[in-house]
Write a protein that binds this ligand. Structure first.
Ligand SMILES: [Zn+2]
Length: 143
């Protein structure tokens, strides 16, 4: 995948939460998952090991900050971290707050669903997005 055709080089990829030189944090628009964030590395690299040691440390610190904000404000059943890149081979980490009531739990979000959506609970999570994202901003501004 070249930079010219890479969707993470040519588009933001979601609602922009935080932008730094080396990375950005976006909220993904994934139906049924209102607390689904991605840490997108700015440079077009495919693999985590393409980063040098200090870049890897920064990337993981960012992932950790996003995770901690989700935990503090949403108290999810579990946080899922994943870096797949099979479809878009541009380094990005998924940071997903998972709830035992979400449609796919305990399977990965990419698997088949296990139950119907719980609109009220999804809405309750959505209502907390501003708090979560303000917390992320404060944590990320320190990096
Ligand atoms: Zn790219």
């Amino acid at each position: 995948m070249s930079k010219a055709t890479c969707p993470l080089c040519t588009e933001t990829g979601g609602a922009l939460v935080f932008q730094a030189d080396k990375f950005r944090v976006i909220r993904a628009d994934e139906v049924g998952f209102p607390a689904f964030y991605r840490v997108v590395w700015t440079q077009h690299v495919a693999e985590f090991s393409d980063l040098n040691a200090s870049e890897r440390a920064l990337c993981m610190a960012v992932v950790c900050a996003v995770e901690q904000a989700l935990r503090d404000h949403l108290h999810p059943t579990k946080i899922n971290l994943a870096a797949l890149g099979n479809v878009v081979a541009h380094l990005h980490w998924h940071v997903i707050a998972r709830f035992d009531w979400d449609t796919h739990f305990p399977a990965p979000v990419w698997a088949g669903s296990a139950r119907a959506r719980d609109a009220a609970r999804e809405a309750a999570v959505q209502q907390r997005q501003p708090l979560v994202e303000q917390d992320m901003l404060e944590r990320l501004a320190l990096m």
